[in-house]
Design a protein around this ligand. Sequence first.
Ligand SMILES: CC(C)(COP(=O)(O)OP(=O)(O)OC[C@H]1O[C@@H](n2cnc3c(N)ncnc32)[C@H](O)[C@@H]1OP(=O)(O)O)[C@@H](O)C(=O)NCCC(=O)NCCS
Length: 179
Amino acid sequence: MLGFSKSNNIMKAKFPDESKTIQTDIVLPADTNSLDNLFGGELLARMDKVASIAAVKHSENVVVTASINNVSFGEPVPNGSILTIEAKVSRAFRTSMEVFIDVWKQNKTHPQKYKVNEAIYTFVAVNKRGKPIKVPEIIPQTELEKKRYDAALRRRQLSLVLAGKMKPKDANELKAIFE
Ligand SMILES: CC(C)(COP(=O)(O)OP(=O)(O)OC[C@H]1O[C@@H](n2cnc3c(N)ncnc32)[C@H](O)[C@@H]1OP(=O)(O)O)[C@@H](O)C(=O)NCCC(=O)NCCS
């Protein structure tokens, strides 16, 4: 059986689907900028909330946002749109987890769900004193999950280099792209 047994402290690997979290909500005037489109900061906050729930489901612990690795605002999201945010843990490391977020909109112009945005957040599971603690491994199942799992190592190295927590010369996965 998959899961995290706190009683004997043995962590078993999980599947990405176990952390899947979906939020469907509407864009209201208070969420928009002067062009009547969703304010970028509001979308970041909504994604942070949904992604953090995915990380909590995977780790079964308190998590904090360590970094926002990539956000692309592909399309404006007008007032009145229905926004669907889906988050899943794409890879778990020792104490950190990468969460991949996909965002779709629906409105009068696009009655069918239409992908507008992707983002990648990193969360760290922490104990009551805020110290990082171990998380279960993850086993990707689908082709997309495997692709995102493989690329997560490069994104982690890039994020750590940018945060000044890893020397570029040690980022082997990242260097391999350019060799
Ligand atoms: C995130 C935090 C817990 C990391 O603590 P730390 O003492 O620096 O711990 P470490 O350096 O050992 O890092 C812990 C893990 O986070 C990862 N990490 C830290 N910074 C990272 C970054 N910028 N990008 C990606 N991963 C990062 C490390 O690689 C490590 O992962 P691993 O254990 O899976 O290998 C700590 O910096 C913190 O509490 N930050 C504030 C979080 C917060 O308040 N977020 C909300 C912002 S408003």
